[in-house]
Write a protein that binds this ligand. Structure first.
Ligand code: PLP
Length: 312
């Protein structure tokens, strides 16, 4: 690649092909994070507009809104319902607040693992018509076959889908993602994105990942994770400290249990790093465990066996 392009044509074509959308519906970005930032800055006026999100969820929607000076409307997932989304609450919140310009849905959601159902998406798209974009963040969609709404963006003028090479492609360091939306939306985002956002080495590596052998490698990785996830779930099931298990649709499992903080410390001291949420009251007893390799699962099993024998 000799010439730098604002939106490298070959990469845009490869992303469009991968996600099954026309090339003029694609904006290549520095990861999904840049997509979230651009959408917030284009569609939310400081001090006037708002974004809606559904915590517990990915933190960037709120961070980007606050940086822009937009308000944040939270439709909280209830612990009692296992953190499920509630279409009625979402529609009510949209009706009650006409400042909302972006509705952030995440499918599968991080860290709860649940996907957005077709019915819920339809209800939210309808309630948002002519006033807000519905942004479905599909960072983990590869782990949930048949889950993606990418091919629906041509049907709905206010639907936006975010994809990334960071998760299922194991290429978070590459900083390459895509906004999929109607050409009008893509055109507005292009007005404020940096003139040459993707460095040529990034473009070359992303193109290589998206070649047939790269795709095969990615599919093998996703299959290995699906197998290992079954093993992870079965090695957690029935353990006395596990009160609730949320296998979800992504490459991690959510465990609700007693003494979550102590378990995190115990496992970390034995070299197994689990993710806790000490700063989030709704997730105080939750631990997120990424699926990992067979060796990772062996190490986890050893730690959990030891933890079980620990006098509490
Ligand atoms: C990791 C993650 C992202 C960020 O992905 P990048 O493409 O690396 O910026 C976006 N959304 C969700 C839900 C994530 O978990």
């Amino acid at each position: 690649m000799s010439v730098t392009e604002p939106q490298p044509e070959a990469l845009v074509a490869a992303l469009a092909d991968r996600y099954g959308v026309p090339a003029d519906h694609v904006l290549a970005t520095r990861g999904s994070d840049e997509g979230i930032d651009l959408l917030t800055r284009v569609f939310c006026r400081a001090g006037q507009d708002a974004v809606l999100h559904c915590p517990p969820t990915f933190g960037m929607y709120k961070v980007a809104a606050q940086a822009q000076g937009a308000d944040v409307v939270s439709v909280t997932r209830s612990r009692e319902s296992g953190f499920a989304l509630d279409a009625g609450l979402l529609v009510d919140a949209l009706r009650a607040d006409d400042r909302v310009r972006l509705v952030h849905l995440t499918s599968p959601n991080n860290p709860t693992g649940d996907r957005v159902s077709e019915n819920l998406l339809q209800a939210v798209l309808f309630a948002s018509q002519d006033r807000a974009l519905v942004v479905v963040d599909e960072a983990y969609a590869e782990f949930c076959p048949g889950c993606s709404y990418a091919d629906r963006i041509t049907d709905f003028p206010n639907l936006v889908v975010l994809r990334t090479l960071s998760k299922a492609w194991g290429s978070a360091g590459l900083r390459c993602g895509a906004v999929l939306a109607q050409p009008e939306v893509i055109g507005l985002l292009r007005r404020i994105i940096a003139p040459y956002p993707l460095a040529t080495p990034v473009v070359s590596l992303a193109l290589r990942a998206l070649q047939p052998d790269g795709v095969t490698r990615q599919e093998e990785l996703v299959q290995a994770i699906a197998r290992n996830k079954k093993r992870l779930v079965s090695l957690l099931e029935g353990r006395p400290f596990v009160r609730q298990l949320g296998p979800g649709e992504a490459n991690f499992v959510r465990v609700q249990g007693d003494d979550a903080a102590e378990l995190l410390q115990f496992s970390a001291s034995r070299g197994v790093i689990l993710r806790g949420f000490p700063g989030d009251a709704a997730l105080r007893d939750c631990v997120r465990i990424s699926v990992g390799s067979n060796a990772d699962l062996d190490a986890l099993e050893t730690v959990l066996d030891a933890w079980e024998k620990e006098p509490s």
